[in-house]
Design a protein around this ligand. Sequence first.
Ligand code: FAD
Ligand code: SF4
Ligand code: SF4
Length: 436
Amino acid sequence: MRLPVLSITDVAERGLCCGCGACAAVDARIEMVDDLEHGRRPVVTGGRDADTSDALRVCPGVALEHDPGARRAPGVIRELFPGFGPVLALWEGHAADPEIRFAGSSGGAASALALHGLEREGLAGVLHIAARQDAPHLNRTVLSTTRRELLDRTGSRYAPASPCDGLGLIEEAPGPCVFIGKPCDAAAVLKARRMRPALDAKLGLTIAFFCAGTPSTRGTFEMLRRMGVEDPRRLISLRYRGNGWPGLATAVWRDGAGAERSATLTYEQSWGEILTNYKQWRCKVCADHTGEFADVAVGDPWHRPVESGGPGLSLILARTPRGRDFIERAIESGALEASPVEPGALPASQPNLLKTRGAVWGRSLASRLCGVPAPRHRGLAMFRFWLTRLSTMEKIRSLAGTARRIAAGGLRRPRPVVPMPVEAGAPTGAAVEDAA
Ligand SMILES: Cc1cc2nc3c(=O)[nH]c(=O)nc-3n(C[C@H](O)[C@H](O)[C@H](O)COP(=O)(O)OP(=O)(O)OC[C@H]3O[C@@H](n4cnc5c(N)ncnc54)[C@H](O)[C@@H]3O)c2cc1C
Ligand code: SF4
Ligand code: SF4
């Protein structure tokens, strides 16, 4: 029997939540908590019976939809739209500020654009995420207003984060702001701004970065265990990448005797061998991995040779006229060094994405057949890629493999949100199993 998704609690318990936090920004009864196995999740005061219809309207977990005319909008590159959404122009480049370029995840383009907004466009702040000071393996939402803050908060954090829970900070800011987040975060912002004119007026630019999926905090604990960190409560700092391209995951902590220790893992070890295995379920049925609902999207131009630890590069997409004009002004002002590239640079940079998009169609169908809800997608082509990009075996796997996974994971049953029991973290050993 297929249960309907009628509330934010249903979204969270039935695997549709991506943890963006937008519901908490529009409904004061909703609080975001850290759930070890699943990520940042909403908890609703009043529980299942509370009316959360406003929050559902901003929720990207249940539905993503392009406007019916988006494909034919002026300037949209037709050949890219089916697989990557609206793209008006593409560049490759990096932050001109060498410190930001080095510290940034790719070429520091997201931070460079944000800094240009603060220093040259009179924007009031940048809503994005940072490591929690008291628990560096967890994230918090912050409004940065200086170069120093932006620099300290560069770098992708492959861990749950809910930047949209701070949208109120943008609404209350003295002027328009920049928002930076994952594709689902940016989709939530677009929904929220359509509902709240005060927010709409304060959004100077939205930036999304490409995203293959958010690993759970359990994934971070596994990575820390591999690094030799037995107790995350002893962490002093934790970075997942950046400080070179793609950079090393780096943990600094105090051991039992109080001595400072550090360890690193390569990107292939941290993301490729560990974190990617802990992606939240919602990411398996995510059709937008490139920030189709933001003004600007940035990602790794992986088709370029990567010299480990060398200076980074970013692929930069203008998705709206506002985004294109902003990028051009940032290049003109010298904040961003970037050159236009051909549309083919996008599929070349992310060679597996069209296949993934096709697989999402198969996984979504299998989910629904098994009684598990899947997000509604309109204007994001998927079936054609399932048909053309997947081999017969891959097609079967997208259907049968999903059904098997649903059965093995007990995904048909609602899974209540379980806030992490220890505020500042939990040991990475058996105690975590107990806590879960
Ligand atoms: C979960 C995740 C999955 C990713 N998957 C891909 C991928 O499939 N392909 C690809 O090309 N790149 C991926 N990336 C990396 C990212 O898209 C690129 O590094 C991007 O080019 C940004 O680089 P930058 O140098 O411009 O960013 P920077 O200038 O370093 O700025 C990064 C910004 O991202 C914010 N941020 C960091 N982590 C998070 C988070 N978890 N949630 C919300 N905001 C965050 C920071 O606050 C900062 O503002 C992923 C990153 C993350 C966090
Ligand atoms: S996806 Fe975002 S808006 Fe929807 S329930 Fe999760 S946190 Fe709330
Ligand atoms: S893969 Fe999609 S749903 Fe998952 S975190 Fe990234 S953008 Fe959000």
